[in-house]
Ligand binder design. Structure first.
Ligand code: ADP
Ligand code: MG
Length: 642
């Protein structure tokens, strides 16, 4: 990082550490300390909510488990903080793993319900297991000792600050590494994630465990900060508050977590303090008004862009005047304002600030990679494969039956794919082409029959294992990782090139840095190959449709596949785009990669395929050279009807 961008961070850190020297009121120090501790928890929660995209209402319970691990170990065994911190992290991580189990089965609102139940059960257990937790009486914990002397308020504050900064660095490094990319990939498209060799199952568990580790750490620090823990603290209201912190602050943002933590700590205090309330209510009102103005200004002409903020400020003045006169209503007004913020600022306060900044100063570059040294248009980055065995059988599909209830989507289909060829798979809509692709990539397990890839059966293997064994694919309905940039999409495909573990990521050890640099260079080369290098830092969902299809192919190539399955790659493409696509397909084929190509455009099929198989109602009705198949009576009949 450059010194210039580091400066504000250093100033913030210096201010944080100087705080106890200037503020002598222990109440305020304690308030800030609580914000810091909540921030650590929100860093963890953000991994599950922001990166993996799941709602967890179980984090108050995890926070409580962290506190109680420290409390119980101190109370019964006299452990010091140096033992309880690691213990809290480990114990809570285990519970995080348990919480991950339902997350593997259900998502969205159902997961929210299950995690809520987890929270309730945990709270009841803490309450009931009096022999261990002292139940509703709670546990008193003294301030931790440093070399035999109890820490002062300020010393403990510094310790929490230091741990927060460490947490920030570790979380930031995690989410920017291959692990963080795996989290985001499984949020945006679990199917594509698995088919890129990144196991959704595995990374969901990892996400919950890491997330819980931070909750446990925060819980432990909280116990010493409060010096007293009791089950009531860790209720479902707190869980909702944590979630609100992430949403209001802004997900996927370290600063957002700080802002979110500040809001949820100060919120209850605000409701008691009319002066503070007015200040914060006005700030939120400003945010809402400016936000609404911005949303409007996108639709209106330039002169009005100036008029709208002015109108907003005037309205705001009127609002604050009004606010003074009806202070009794503040609770409901506050609730209403939060509702507005959550509803209109879906990316939270930080997300809003970013887009505001961008609308004024133009787009800021957020990701690296755009300036990487780029290779030429050669495809040396794809390992040359099958050339030596060209013509031998790579994939054998042996009387596959795929039944959905009474429907036989595939009915005893055989296929034989030769190395180094482009094998076309055609047929009318609903004839079972995509189903075949899903069977080959492990998304469906066939009802009967077998698939042999390079002599080994793939039936029963997981999608990610199949992908890693050398079968890559694209999807009929494009399955990109929408919120990630083009280059990040490719980097997910390159996940298999990373060997470094979490410790190496956290410490930025040489092996990890080398892997990351290599992967960036290779991802850039792949983008260049499909002509997308200019759009490396564009979010995938913002790319034009044709480019999205090309990006999907590049991402599949990142897997270093031997067999590439393309499901209607030319669908929705313009004529020049199709030409480009054909050029790319031929180039990849020349490098020894084998294709199965599902396509509706007959000219595409005729010009590149070596062999074509035709499906109709789940059965193979013809096979042979493109010209032969095109002339076949049954094929014409299937396509044109009687
Ligand atoms: P296409 O050749 O157009 O790609 P598909 O393979 O998508 O055809 O679909 C073949 C048939 O299988 C269709 O009738 C479709 O409705 C059915 N089908 C595909 N997937 C499923 C599923 N998951 N559940 C039920 N029916 C399915
Ligand atoms: Mg299809």
């Amino acid at each position: 990082m450059k010194l210039k961008s580091l400066l504000p961070i250093l100033i913030a850190i210096a201010a944080l550490f100087a705080l106890p020297l200037f503020i002598h009121n222990p109440y305020y120090i304690h308030l800030v300390e609580t914000i810091l501790i909540y921030t650590i928890l929100l860093y963890g929660l953000d991994i599950v909510v922001g990166y993996v995209g799941q709602v967890s209402l179980g984090h108050a319970a995890l926070f409580g488990i962290g506190s109680y691990t420290a409390g119980v170990l101190y109370f019964h065994f006299g452990w010091t903080i140096w033992g309880t911190i690691p213990a809290s992290i480990v114990v809570t991580s285990i519970f995080g793993g348990i919480l991950a189990l339902p997350a593997l089965k259900v998502i969205g609102p159902y997961l929210a319900m299950v995690t809520l139940a987890f929270g309730t059960i945990a709270q009841i257990l803490i309450n009931e297991m009096t022999w261990m937790t002292e139940g509703p009486l709670g546990i008193k914990i003294p301030k931790p000792e440093l070399m035999g002397v109890p820490m002062t308020k300020a010393e403990y504050f510094w310790m929490v600050s230091a741990i927060l900064i460490l947490s920030l660095i570790v979380v930031d490094r995690f989410v920017k590494s291959q692990i963080g990319r795996a989290f985001e990939a499984l949020r945006d498209s679990p199917i594509a994630c698995d088919c890129m060799g990144v196991s959704v199952y595995r990374f969901k568990v990892i996400a919950f465990v890491i997330s819980a580790a931070f909750a446990g750490l925060a819980g432990c620090l909280y116990a010493y900060s409060e010096q007293y823990i009791s089950p009531n603290t860790y209720n479902n209201e707190l869980a909702v508050l944590f979630l609100l912190g992430i949403i209001m602050g802004g997900r996927k943002s370290r600063l957002g977590a700080v802002i979110g933590a500040a809001i949820i700590v100060l919120l209850p205090k605000l409701l008691d303090d009319i002066h503070l309330f007015r200040i914060v209510a006005s700030i939120i009102a400003i945010v809402v008004v400016v936000g609404a103005g911005m949303a409007l200004s996108k639709k209106v002409t330039t002169p009005r862009r100036v008029a709208i903020p002015i109108a907003g400020v005037v309205g705001l003045a009127a609002f604050s005047f009004w606010l003074n006169s009806i202070s009794d209503w503040r609770l409901s007004i506050f609730g209403f304002m939060i509702l507005l913020v959550v509803y209109y600022l879906q990316n939270g306060i930080v997300g809003f600030a970013k887009s505001f900044y961008q609308s004024i100063f133009g787009k800021v570059k957020t990701t690296r990679g755009g300036d990487a040294e780029v290779v030429d248009d050669s495809i040396s980055f794809i390992s040359a494969v099958g050339n030596q065995n060209a013509g031998s059988e790579l994939l054998k599909v042996d009387s596959i039956l795929m039944q959905f209830g009474g429907l036989k989507a595939l009915n005893n289909v055989d296929l034989s794919i030769k190395r180094g060829t482009i094998h076309g798979l055609i047929g009318p809509n609903g004839s079972g082409k995509s189903t075949m692709m899903n069977v080959l990539t492990g998304i469906y397990t066939p009802t009967a029959g077998n698939v042999l890839y390079a002599g080994e059966s793939v039936v029963g293997k997981t999608s990610s294992d199949i992908a890693l064994s050398g079968i890559a694919r694209t999807f009929q309905n494009v399955q990109l990782f929408g919120e990630m940039t083009a280059i990040q999409n490719i980097l997910v495909g390159l996940h298999h090139t990373f060997k470094s573990n979490m410790l190496e990521i956290a410490l930025h050890l040489p092996r990890y840095k080398k892997e990351e640099a290599d992967a960036y260079a290779r991802a850039m080369a792949l983008l260049k190959f499909v002509g997308l290098d200019d759009l490396a830092n564009e979010e995938a969902r913002n790319l034009p449709y044709g480019k999205q299809r090309l990006l999907e192919i590049a991402r599949a190539l990142a897997l270093d596949p031997e067999l590439l399955l393309l499901d209607e790659p030319a669908a929705g493409l313009t004529a020049p785009d199709i030409k480009e696509l054909l050029r790319i397909i031929r180039k990849i084929r020349d490098n020894g990669i084998t294709f199965i190509l599902i396509e509706h455009h007959m000219d595409v099929v005729m010009s590149v395929c070596d062999t074509v198989s035709v499906l109709d109602f789940g059965q193979k009705i013809a096979e042979g050279k493109p010209a032969e198949v095109q002339a076949d009576e049954k094929v014409i009949h299937a396509y044109l009807g009687t």
